[in-house]
Design a protein around this ligand. Structure first.
Ligand SMILES: [Fe+2]
Length: 173
């Protein structure tokens, strides 16, 4: 079970990193849009989620950088203020913060017992991260950037024929 959890954690780490590192820093300053978040804020916010729901809730450990807590916490930072770049660290610092938190989560999984509560909260933070991966992808679509590096397929236009298992079956209708 630990191996599966660590694999899932690493997969979310790499997918999130790729969404950031595949863009030059200037392109991370996306124009304001009410339906998206700035990519770097999403990265910091999703790492902060592990701090709250793994380290704080399970171990009573304070955040890695308590001065940043309110900025990464979606209940505290107004949506519009997430575009205030002077409030937040830049790309390299945010990546370093993100990796630090992920390394600590991986170490915790390896070194401590994995009871039901621990497994639940780790998965909760990973699933939350996956939701933000989706959110970062729709941000790229919204501002007209290229698809992320691990995009496996291109959505077909409406009405365009689709070939596959279903259409090759004689009874497919
Ligand atoms: Fe969130």
């Amino acid at each position: 079970m630990k191996d599966e959890l660590l694999q899932e954690l690493e997969r979310t780490r790499q997918r999130t990193r790729a969404l950031i590192t595949s863009l030059p820093e200037a392109m991370l300053d996306v124009p304001y849009h009410p339906g998206v978040n700035p990519p770097l804020w999403e990265m910091g916010h999703s790492a902060f989620f592990y701090e709250v729901f793994v380290f704080n809730l399970l171990d009573g450990i304070a955040s890695f950088n308590p001065a940043m807590d309110d900025l990464w916490d979606s209940f505290h930072i107004e949506h519009r203020d997430r575009w205030s770049r002077n409030l937040f660290p830049g790309r390299e610092e945010t990546l370093a913060y993100f990796d630090t938190v992920y390394d600590r989560v991986a170490e915790r999984i390896l070194s401590q017992s994995l009871d039901d509560r621990t497994l639940y909260l780790n998965r909760y933070a990973i699933f939350h991260q996956n939701m933000h991966i989706e959110s970062m992808i729709w941000c790229r679509q919204t501002v007209g950037y290229t698809a992320p590096p691990d995009a496996k397929s291109i959505r077909r236009a409406p009405g365009e024929p689709v070939t596959g298992d279903a259409s090759s079956r004689p009874d497919a209708g």
